[in-house]
Every structure is written in C-alpha cells, then in structure tokens.
Design a protein around this ligand. Structure first.
Ligand SMILES: *[C@@H]1O[C@H](CO)[C@@H](O)[C@H](O)[C@H]1NC(C)=O
Ligand SMILES: *[C@@H]1O[C@H](CO)[C@@H](O)[C@H](O)[C@H]1NC(C)=O
Ligand SMILES: *[C@@H]1O[C@H](CO)[C@@H](O)[C@H](O)[C@H]1NC(C)=O
Ligand SMILES: *[C@@H]1O[C@H](CO)[C@@H](O)[C@H](O)[C@H]1NC(C)=O
Ligand SMILES: *[C@@H]1O[C@H](CO)[C@@H](O)[C@H](O)[C@H]1NC(C)=O
Ligand SMILES: *[C@@H]1O[C@H](CO)[C@@H](O)[C@H](O)[C@H]1NC(C)=O
Length: 554
C-alpha cells in the first residue's frame, strides 16, 4: 500500500481532520506567571494569548511557541488489532501499532489481503494455463470424446445452478453493501465537514468580536497603542485560520466526495457486470452456445482476477478502517499519552491549556480593575479645573463601577449591587457621556465621560469580555478537546457502520469472485457434458459404474 495514497477511510477521517483542525489549533504563548503592574504591561505577553500559530502559509503544521518538552511514554494505539505479520521485517509480528506514517504498518495490513491476492494470481495463471491446454487440445488433438455420464451431467447442472445462485447472492451483497458503505462514508464525511465548519465559525466569531473590541478613539488614555496592533494581528491570524480551514474543508471534502462517488460507481458496475456475466453464461451454456460460452469464459477469467484483487483491496480498507476506529477510541481514552496521532494533530497538553485559560482570566480581571480605577479615581471625582489631565468638567450623578467576575485569587465572584456587568456596561455608561466643547476635551453638559474616554472604556470592557468568553473556545481547539469529542462521536456513531459495510463490500466481492470462478469452470464442464449428451450418447469407450447404474435405472 503506497503511503501517499491511503484508502478512503483514513483519508476521510485523518486527512480531513488533520487539515481541518490543525489550522485551528491555537497556541498561546505564556508570559510570566507573575502579573506585572498595569503600567508595565507588555501586551504581547497577554494578547498573544490568542495568537494562532497552527499553520504556516503553505498549510503545513509548524511548531507552536516553545513549550517545556514533556516526556511521555509512547502509547501504542490499537496494539492488539495491528499485531500482524510484517513482510518488510521477515514476517515477524508488527508491534508499533496504528501509525499511518509507517510503511511497516501498511505492509502488515496489506499482508492480510495476501490470500485473496494469491488466489487472484493462482487463478490468473492456473486457469489461463488450463484454457491454453484445452484450446490446444481442441485444435491439435481434434475432438475426443470422454464419454457421457448421466451423473456427471446432472451434477454439473446442479452445481451450475448452485453457483449461479451464489453469484447472484454475492452481487446482491455487493450492491447492498456498497450502497450502505457509501451512505456511511458520506455521513461520516458530512459530520467531519460540519465540525470543521463549526470550528471555522467559532474562529470567525472570535475574530469579529476582537474587531469590534478594537474600535476605539485615537487618543489612548490607558490602552497602549501596541495593544491595538496586537489585536489587529490576532484578528488577521484568526481570520486567516478560519479561511484556511474553510478552503481546506471544501477542497478536501470535494475530493473525498468524488473518490467515494467513483468507488460507488465502480462497485455498481462490477456488480452489474458480474450479474450479467452469470446470467448470460448460464443461458449460453444451458442452450449450448459453445462459442459464446468460451468468449464469456475468457472475459470472466480476467474479470474474476480483477474482482479478487478488488476484494483484497477492500479487505485492506476494512482493516485500516477498523484499526483507525480502535486507534481513535484509545486516543480519546488516553488523553495524556503520546501517540502516533500526535504527528497529525499537534495538541497542547491539558496543563498548558489550563494555564492559558487562567492567564486570560487574569488579564480579563486586570482590565476590569483598570477600568474601575478610571471610574473611581477620575470620572466620579469632581476635580477643580487646575487638575488638568483629570479635570474635564465632569459633573452629575456618579457612574456605577464594573463588576469583576473574579476575586483576586480568580475564584468566581458574584456582583455586588450597584455594579454593572460586562455585558451591558457600555450600554449603561452611555447615559453618562457628556457633550464636549468644540475645542475638544471639556464637558459642556452634565456627564462624567467624554465620548473619547467612553469609547476607550467600552473597548476595555469589550476586550475583557472577549477574553473571558472566547478563550475557552480557543483553548478547546488548542488542547484538542474538540477533536476528541469529534473522534468520540465518530467512534460511537459512524465506526460500526463503516466497519460493517466495508466488510459487506469485500465479502460480496469475494463471494462474487468465487461463485463466478466456479461458474466459469462449470460452464465448460456442463457445456461438454451437454454436448456429449446431445451428440455422443452411448459413444463411450469405457462406461463407468455409475453410468451402468444410471442405465439400469432407466
Ligand atoms: C463593544 O462590543 C459591542 C458588541 O458586543 C459593540 O456593539 C460595540 O461597538 C463595542 N464597542 C467598542 C468600543 O468596541
Ligand atoms: C475577517 O474576515 C471578515 C469576513 O470573513 C472580513 O470582513 C474582515 O475584514 C476580516 N478581517 C481581517 C482583519 O482580515
Ligand atoms: C510512526 O512512523 C514514523 C515513520 O516510521 C515514525 O517516524 C514515527 O516515530 C512513528 N510514530 C510512532 C508514534 O510510533
Ligand atoms: C486610585 O485611588 C486609590 C484610592 O482611592 C489609590 O489607592 C490608587 O492608587 C489610585 N489609582 C490611581 C491610578 O491613581
Ligand atoms: C444587564 O444585563 C443583565 C442580564 O444580563 C440584566 O439582568 C440587567 O437588568 C441589565 N441591566 C441593564 C441596566 O440593562
Ligand atoms: C461644566 O459643565 C456644566 C454642566 O454640568 C456647564 O454648565 C458648564 O458650563 C461647564 N463648564 C465649562 C467650563 O465648560
């Protein structure tokens, strides 16, 4: 099995997933765990929290920010299932488990179909040789009569009927199997695509939110300007991740859909041709059209070889699908293990992810404190005009402060009365905005916020809210929680069907192959018997016992 062309199922589940989800993997670089004073904020320490580094422009996965290399013992996925003979390694047992980047895996799984490939080869050569001998005899030795046996005639007719029925049954299994196989692969694909779309949508929501959050006035009082640029960059990165995800999903899912449709068409054609072959062969041999029978025999000889090979291929596919299902399940169940899937899905470990989450809570809480400080120390105080930067003629009722959702130790906190929550703070504060003098920054009407100060505070609130609400989403993408859920769903909902129907397809193909193979032989035998019964009855050199018995009976 060539490495670069994994069969449909693994393409489906893995390629789609690795391509879908790796861009979505967000890596949060973490700064010091000690929070520096607000005045010393280095924004990149915090806002790069949502930096997306999953993917380079070419789409290949690049390393995220450096993390402490954590030593895990290697967990062998689907170890039991994949313990097979490895022809590349002197037929010793293959023990490295599910690993689609390992040629030994492909060799060992490919080896499971060797009986079917061997039958195909033996049939191609053996029957070819037989045909050669028979036709040589026919042309060189002339017609020779072997005698007619009523028993042999009856038996050959009986077996011909039996094998034709078996062949029809095989075609039915094949046809039904391919239909169900196509349905279950398509459903799986649709599910994976919908999960990818969901991820892209989440990313876009985050991006939109940050876009809204950064809309602030030009003169910054307390949001440093590099926050702005950082947020711009975050937004661009999230945006591009979302569009890469979308493009790849559309592109890959179309490719896979085409592949699945081609497989379906091919299998339907195979089933139809084999059915036709069985039917015509039966008809021609019953009515003794020897020439047509021989043409069909030659056609069938090659077709049967093809269907054996196809059946072997589907057996490999079935095994890979089953291995993958087991591997996905074990991967979901062993979240901390280092496995072969890590090559495809670069997930960050849970500890790092939780650190990121904590960090975003800290930043969120810090922003709330910052905004509140401005409210209590600037807006709500009636300064005299000499306190110039603080004084802007603020007057009127005092503003409510913002509710900090966390205690200083980051445990959840309930809001006290008189605080506004992050969701409607901007709305409530809108009532405290004054009109400013044409020259700029002095209130000429009652109010405690200039429009510029208001928009900066709204911006702080929005950022805090964005961090609080969207970091869990980003963290889920980062530590592959989302992928685990998806794999779990695939394992529970789609794997049984995929395994069962890929088995139907290869069993159907094998049944058809064997039945048509035996039918071919019987067309010849029966044709022969029929011929002697019609033309050479009694023209026997040496009647056998059965024949004598048969004569006695009649
Ligand atoms: C804050 O976010 C809201 C949406 O939740 C948006 O309507 C508003 O314009 C944002 N304000 C600022 C200053 O970004
Ligand atoms: C992000 O994408 C949306 C639409 O997909 C677009 O309107 C917006 O301008 C993009 N933002 C950036 C920073 O590229
Ligand atoms: C999978 O196979 C590749 C190629 O042989 C190898 O480099 C990699 O280490 C293997 N991964 C695991 C987890 O065994
Ligand atoms: C705000 O006022 C409090 C006391 O009211 C004081 O401790 C704090 O340092 C002040 N903050 C700023 C930034 O002036
Ligand atoms: C703010 O929102 C909360 C619910 O989110 C609501 O209970 C409260 O009444 C709102 N306050 C204002 C002033 O709109
Ligand atoms: C300050 O605001 C009040 C309204 O609260 C207004 O009457 C007054 O003219 C303002 N003073 C200046 C210097 O603009």
């Amino acid at each position: 099995m060539p490495r670069h062309r994994p069969p449909a199922f693994s393409v489906l589940v893995l390629a789609a997933f690795s391509l879908c989800c790796s861009p979505a993997l967000v890596s949060f670089s973490h700064g010091d765990s000690q929070i520096p004073p607000i005045s010393e904020w280095r924004t990149e320490d915090y806002y790069s929290g949502v930096e997306l580094v999953g993917v380079s422009p070419s789409g290949s996965v690049v390393e995220g920010p450096t993390m402490e290399p954590v030593e895990y013992s290697l967990f062998v996925l689907a170890a039991e299932r994949t313990r097979r003979k490895d022809p590349l390694n002197g037929f010793q047992a293959y023990t490295s488990g599910w690993n689609i980047s390992d040629r030994h895996y492909w060799a060992s799984v490919g080896f499971t179909a060797v009986p079917l490939f061997a039958v195909a080869a033996a049939w191609l050569l053996g029957f070819g040789l037989c045909l050669l001998v028979v036709s040589l005899c026919y042309f060189c030795c002339g017609r020779q009569s072997y005698g007619y046996s009523r028993m042999a005639y009856a038996l050959s007719l009986l077996f011909l009927i039996l094998f034709s029925i078996a062949s029809i049954i095989g075609c039915v299994i094949l046809y039904t199997g391919q239909g169900k196989f196509h349905n279950s692969t398509s459903e799986t694909l649709e599910y994976v695509v919908s999960q990818a779309d969901l991820t892209a949508q989440k990313l876009r929501d985050v991006s939109d939110y940050f876009a809204a959050a950064k809309q602030t006035g030009v003169d910054q009082v307390f949001l440093p300007s590099d926050v702005q640029t950082d947020i711009d960059q975050i937004e661009i990165k999230i945006n591009s991740s979302a569009s890469i995800l979308d493009d790849k999903t559309v592109h890959n899912s179309n490719d896979i859909k085409d592949l699945l449709d081609s497989i379906r068409l091919a299998l339907i054609i195979v089933a139809a041709i084999m059915l036709l072959l069985t039917f015509l062969g039966f008809l021609f041999s019953i009515f003794g059209m020897q020439l047509l029978v021989y043409i069909l025999v030659i056609t069938g000889w090659l077709l049967v070889t093809g269907t054996f090979i196809l059946s072997g291929t589907f057996l490999v596919l079935h095994n890979v699908a089953a291995d993958t299902c087991v591997a996905m399940d074990q991967w979901v169940r062993n979240p901390t293990a280092h496995t072969a899937l890590d090559d495809i899905l670069p997930c960050v470990d849970k500890v790092t992810a939780q650190e990121t989450l904590l960090k975003s809570k800290e930043v969120s809480a810090q922003l709330v404190d910052l905004v509140n400080e401005v409210i209590t120390n600037v807006s709500n105080i009636n300064f005299s005009p000499n306190f110039k930067p603080m004084y802007f003629n603020q007057s009127g009722p005092v503003m409510p402060t913002l509710c900090n959702p966390f205690h200083p130790d980051l445990t959840p906190r309930t809001c006290s009365s008189g605080e506004v929550d992050l969701q409607n703070a901007t709305q409530v504060w809108g009532n405290y905005v004054c009109q400013v003098s044409p020259t700029g920054d002095i209130c000429i009407t009652t109010g405690r916020l200039t429009p510029s100060l208001y928009s900066q505070m709204a911006s702080g609130v929005n950022l805090s809210y964005a961090l609080l609400n969207y970091s869990p989403t980003l963290v889920e993408l980062q530590d592959c929680t989302f992928v685990r859920q998806t794999f779990d769903d695939i394992h529970r909902k789609f794997c049984p069907g995929l395994q069962q129907y890929s088995r139907w397809v290869y069993v159907g193909l094998a049944t058809v192959s064997i039945a048509v193979m035996l039918s071919l032989i019987l067309w010849i035998i029966y044709g022969r018997e029929r011929h002697y019964r019609a033309s050479g009855k009694g023209f026997t050199s040496k009647p056998t016992d059965e024949e004598l018995e048969g004569t006695k009976e009649s």
